[in-house]
Design a protein. Structure first.
Length: 323
C-alpha cells in the first residue's frame, strides 16, 4: 500500500513538473513578456528562438541600417482592429513613387524597421511605397501573444484595406519574412482584392506545429509527444488557437495569387526543406529562390543583388503598372 501511494505521489510530481516545463516553453514561444527564469535557461531559449548566431558584423550592419532607415521619410500609422486593439506601423514614402506598394510583414519577436532595415531602403530606391506593420505582441502594437500567422494574417487584411483606400490605383504585393512569410501565405487563399498582384514569402515554415516539432527534436532531442501537445493545449486555452491552425501549407493549396518562395540554403532554424514542401503544395503560379550560404531571415543580407533582382523581376512580371 505504501509503495502504491509513493508511486502515485512520484507520478503526480512528475506530471506537475512536466506541465510546469511546458508552461515555460509555451510562455517563451507565445507570450510578449517571458516569465523570469534562471539566466542560463533564458539564454538557452533566446538562442533557440533567435534562429541565428548574432555575429558582430551582422549586428553592427543591422543597427546602422535601421538608424539610417529611421531618418528616411517614414510616416507613423495607427489602425484599430475590430476588438479595439491598436495596430501600429510605418509607411516609407518614396520621392518618385512607381505606383506599386509592398506590405512587409516581420517575423516573431521582431518589428518592421528592424526586419526590413536592408530591404525597405532598396525598395524605396526603386520607387516602391513600403508599409511595415508591427504585429500584435511585437513592436509597439497591442497584444499579449503572437499567433504565428493566425491573428497576424487577419490584421494584415486591415493594413491591406487601409493601403488600398489611401493608394487606390496602386498595385500591391505582400512580402513576409519567417512568421511574416507564414502570415502572407495564410492570406494567399483569401485574396479577393484584385489590387494584390502577388506574394513573396521569405523562409516560411510549413506550419507552426511542424516548426515546433522540428525544434523539439533538433534542440531538445525530444519527441513531440507529450510536450508539444501540452503546449498546444495551453495555447488553445489562453491564446484561443492551435499551433495546427497556423498552417501556410494548407493555405497555398488554394492560393489565389502568384507566389515567390525564398529560403536560405543554410537555414536550420526554419529548415530549408520546408521551402520545397510549400512550393510543391502551391497550386498558383509559383517561383522559388534558394540563396547559397544564407541562414534564417538573412537572404537579402547575404546576397542583396540576387535577392533584389529576383523580387523586382517577380513584381515586374505580375504588376499591371509598368515602371
Amino acid at each position: 500500500m505504501k509503495i502504491a501511494i509513493t508511486a502515485a505521489i512520484i507520478a503526480a510530481v512528475l506530471i506537475l513538473l512536466l506541465f510546469l516545463i511546458c508552461g515555460v516553453i509555451f510562455n517563451y514561444l507565445i507570450w510578449v513578456t517571458p516569465i523570469k527564469v534562471p539566466e542560463f535557461i533564458k539564454n538557452f531559449f533566446a538562442k533557440i528562438l533567435s534562429g541565428n548566431e548574432m555575429s558582430e558584423q551582422y549586428t553592427e550592419d543591422a543597427l546602422a541600417a535601421e538608424a539610417k532607415l529611421e531618418k528616411m521619410p517614414l510616416e507613423k500609422i495607427t489602425l484599430t482592429a475590430p476588438g479595439g486593439e491598436r495596430l501600429r506601423g510605418h509607411i516609407l514614402l518614396p520621392e518618385k513613387p512607381n505606383g506599386r506598394l509592398v506590405i512587409a510583414c516581420h517575423g516573431a519577436r521582431s518589428h518592421g524597421l528592424g526586419e526590413f532595415c536592408f530591404t525597405a531602403p532598396f525598395l524605396y530606391e526603386n520607387g516602391y511605397t513600403v508599409v511595415m506593420p508591427e504585429h500584435r505582441g511585437c513592436g509597439r502594437s497591442d497584444g499579449k501573444f503572437m499567433g504565428y500567422g493566425t491573428h497576424e494574417s487577419k490584421d494584415t487584411f486591415i493594413w491591406l484595406n487601409y493601403a488600398q483606400r489611401r493608394f487606390p490605383d496602386y498595385d500591391i504585393f505582400l512580402l513576409g519574412v519567417s512568421m511574416g512569410a507564414a502570415t502572407v501565405l495564410m492570406m494567399s487563399d483569401k485574396l479577393e482584392n484584385t489590387a494584390v498582384r502577388g506574394v513573396i514569402a521569405d523562409c516560411s515554415y510549413t506550419s507552426a506545429w511542424n516548426e515546433f516539432s522540428y525544434h523539439l527534436k533538433k534542440s531538445f532531442k525530444m519527441p513531440e509527444f507529450p510536450l508539444l501537445y501540452i503546449c498546444d493545449f495551453y495555447c488553445k486555452c489562453i491564446a484561443h488557437y492551435s499551433f495546427k491552425d497556423a498552417s501556410p501549407i494548407n493555405a497555398v493549396k488554394n492560393a489565389a495569387r502568384p507566389i515567390l518562395f525564398i529560403h536560405g540554403k543554410s537555414d536550420d532554424f526554419v529548415p530549408f526543406y520546408m521551402e520545397k514542401e510549400l512550393y510543391n503544395a502551391c497550386c498558383a503560379p509559383k517561383e522559388m529562390l534558394a540563396v547559397d550560404g544564407a541562414v534564417h531571415a538573412r537572404s537579402f543580407y547575404t546576397n542583396p543583388s540576387l535577392y533584389g533582382k529576383t523580387i523586382i523581376d517577380f513584381m515586374n512580371k505580375y504588376s499591371r503598372i509598368r515602371c
